[in-house]
Design a protein around this ligand. Structure first.
Ligand SMILES: C[S@@+](CC[C@H](N)C(=O)[O-])C[C@H]1O[C@@H](n2cnc3c(N)ncnc32)[C@H](O)[C@@H]1O
Length: 191
């Protein structure tokens, strides 16, 4: 689901971009990176985190977002040969199985009604032994059940669902932090 103009004002602001990029950097620092690894940012918005990561690390970074206007803004920064942005739906990723070493998604899945499908797509494009960085609001299970019926344009990820989906998809948890109704997590795909 594309964001409203009001949401975009907040999410695309410089201060938010700095916060997102900083958190993405902190999470990435927990992974033993290798030069040339391919990194995918799903629901990248205006690409603040993806750009920062491509600038600081010897990685090949791709950001995707369903909203062409967000991608247009993301492409507007300084050219970087290791960074590309594409318009794409997270529930139908146009990549082959196991194409990426790291897949990250920051605060995007609550915008995706079928967030479980997006999650499974992220796991599909991750290579065995690769890392999934997943960050979003976690709704209490009861609220997720009601929300799904009433607000069909939104996604309602919950910790219960995440903790059943991830192991079933062959992910092993490396790190988790819960704060202010959000989860920051890193998973490794069984290889
Ligand atoms: C709250 S913003 C987060 C952007 C960025 N990751 C950040 O943390 O600032 C959510 C983003 O998810 C994107 N989005 C929503 N539904 C999507 C989908 N089905 N596929 C890809 N991106 C989607 C929106 O266009 C928006 O840019």
């Amino acid at each position: 689901m594309k964001m409203t103009a009001i949401e975009k004002r907040f999410v695309n602001s410089t201060s938010h971009a700095l916060t997102v990029a900083e958190r993405a950097k902190q999470l990435l620092s927990r992974i033993p990176l290798q030069s040339g690894w391919r990194y995918l940012d799903v629901g990248c918005g205006v690409g603040a985190a993806a750009r920062d990561i491509a600038t600081r690390n010897p990685l090949s970074v791709t950001g995707i977002d369903v909203d062409p206007k967000q991608i247009e803004l993301a492409r507007g920064g300084t050219a970087n040969l290791n960074l590309q942005f594409r318009v794409m739906d997270a529930t139908r990723l146009e990549f082959g199985d196991g194409e990426f070493d790291i897949v990250a998604s920051h605060m995007a899945t609550h915008h995706i009604p079928d967030w479980e499908r997006a999650f499974s797509e992220m796991v599909r494009v991750l290579r065995p032994g690769g890392y999934l960085i997943y960050r979003d609001f976690m709704f209490p299970s009861w609220l997720a059940r009601i929300g799904k019926k009433l607000l069909r344009f939104m996604g309602f990820p919950s910790i219960g669902k995440l903790h059943s989906l991830a192991p079933a998809a062959g992910l092993v948890e490396l790190y988790e932090s819960k704060e202010s109704g959000k989860v920051d997590s890193i998973w490794v795909k069984n290889g």
